[in-house]
Design a binder for this molecule. Structure first.
Ligand code: 5RP
Length: 295
């Protein structure tokens, strides 16, 4: 039995109103506590940004260059990522459960790269996502694609089931090979995802009008890296995206296919979290790279 607490001098601070903090993420203030807590494990509450490391490519294209052995190429990068975006197969088979990064779970699948990619379905049960303690679930949304409606409804089903358990949904805007990647398209795609309930949206950076894409999407946007480009160009892309309203990157090939992936991810972090210029970040990349393999 605890002792009786009959102190007369309790501190109720009746003259101090209780603090009610707003939530730091765009468009997320009305979410429930568990949702916000998970989002705060993806987006750093100090910078409001995230560096997600994407290595889920194998779910439709098998052992992608740089991901032939995830244990060898990706594990050294894990300490530098805020969030890991991956499949449950790789999570269970390769990632140590002692890793404290938040996890965004690829929850769609079906067609391989040999077939029509927009013909995806939800491929993970919400119970398994909960069992894996993930911070968010994700699927592709193919606006303008052959199976547009099916992919949109995959997303809304993730939103509905995730919301039941406080798990946010990341919508990934997937662009068909022959489609024009311009501001008008990405405004359309990101806005549809947000309107239909996605808690944040992944899209591509575009040179012209990206700020209008970010501004017209009412929830945070992160950018995919896309195909491998020179390191300085990838850092410029990340910098421009952040300066124009992105809340982070979800980068894969431009990190794990870099000549020095651990140096690259640290350079990307400096751009995303510290607003470092691409040139300074590139210097950092070289310094770190030379420390690993001096000339
Ligand atoms: C697969 C994805 C990838 O995670 C995404 O494309 C990010 O990787 P990259 O930076 O290599 O483009 O969503 O469809």
């Amino acid at each position: 039995m605890p002792e009786v607490d009959n102190k007369e001098s309790k501190q109720f601070y009746t003259d101090v109103p209780q603090k009610t903090e707003g939530f730091f993420l765009k468009g997320s203030n009305s979410l429930d506590w568990g949702m916000k807590n998970r989002l705060a494990r993806i987006f750093n509450p100090d910078s409001g940004k995230t560096v997600m490391l994407a290595f889920d490519h194998g779910y439709f294209q098998g052992p992608t260059t740089g991901l032939e052995r995830v244990d060898i190429s990706i594990l050294p990068l894990v300490p530098y990522a805020d969030t890991l975006m991956l499949t449950r197969g790789i999570l269970r088979s390769v990632i140590p459960p002692s890793a404290t990064n938040s996890v965004v779970l690829r929850s769609s699948g079906g067609p391989s790269m040999l077939k029509e990619l927009s013909n995806e379905q939800i491929a993970v049960d919400i119970e398994d996502a909960i069992r894996l303690n993930v911070a968010a679930i994700t699927c592709q949304v193919f606006i303008g694609g052959e199976y547009e409606t099916q992919s949109v409804l995959n997303m809304t089903r993730l939103v509905d089931t995730g919301t039941r358990y406080g798990i946010p949904t990341l919508a990934v805007t997937a662009v068909g090979k022959d489609m024009v990647r311009d501001a008008r398209y990405f405004r359309l795609a990101t806005r549809i995802c947000a309107e239909l309930g996605a808690h944040y949206v992944k899209t591509y950076f575009i040179e012209e009008g990206f700020e209008t894409v970010a501004a017209s999407c009412p929830v945070p946007i992160v950018i995919a890296g896309g195909k491998k480009i020179p390191e300085l160009d990838a850092l410029k892309m990340a910098y421009n995206a952040i300066q124009q309203g992105a809340a982070g990157v979800d980068m894969g090939r431009n990190i794990f296919q870099s000549e020095s992936p651990t140096s690259m991810i640290q350079a990307v972090r400096s751009v995303v979290h510290s607003n470092e210029t691409p040139e300074k970040a590139y210097e950092l990349y070289h310094t770190l790279k030379n420390e690993i393999t001096p000339n």
